[in-house]
Design a protein around this ligand. Structure first.
Ligand code: SF4
Ligand code: SF4
Length: 90
């Protein structure tokens, strides 16, 4: 049950702090504050960051851990430094 729930969360990362085994998007993300931003998705060569439409605000970034290679290309483009790679990434 718990394992299944964890597996299901891999794609849905818009609530609270988004996490993958290597990549973290914090609550500082502009999209969470109602500001349209998709800079990280534009920078990702693997198209691992997607933006799902939602009611009441701009799309939030969702990270596909299966696509993410932990290359770090999305980290410096974030205007608020909301993206970080954990120490076990890469
Ligand atoms: S670390 Fe690289 S592959 Fe992963 S989401 Fe960022 S840009 Fe994409
Ligand atoms: S670049 Fe930063 S602020 Fe913009 S959507 Fe990505 S995580 Fe959020």
């Amino acid at each position: 049950m718990a394992a299944h729930a964890a597996h299901s969360r891999r794609w849905f990362l818009s609530a609270g702090t988004a996490r993958t085994p290597g990549l973290t998007i914090s609550d500082a993300c502009l999209a969470r504050a109602g500001v349209v931003c998709q800079a990280c998705g534009d920078a990702c060569p693997e198209r691992a960051i997607r933006f799902a439409l939602r009611r009441g605000g701009p799309p939030l970034p969702d990270v596909d851990q299966d696509r993410c290679t932990a290359c770090g290309a999305c980290v410096p483009v974030c205007p608020v430094g909301a993206i970080s790679l954990s120490e076990n990434a890469q």
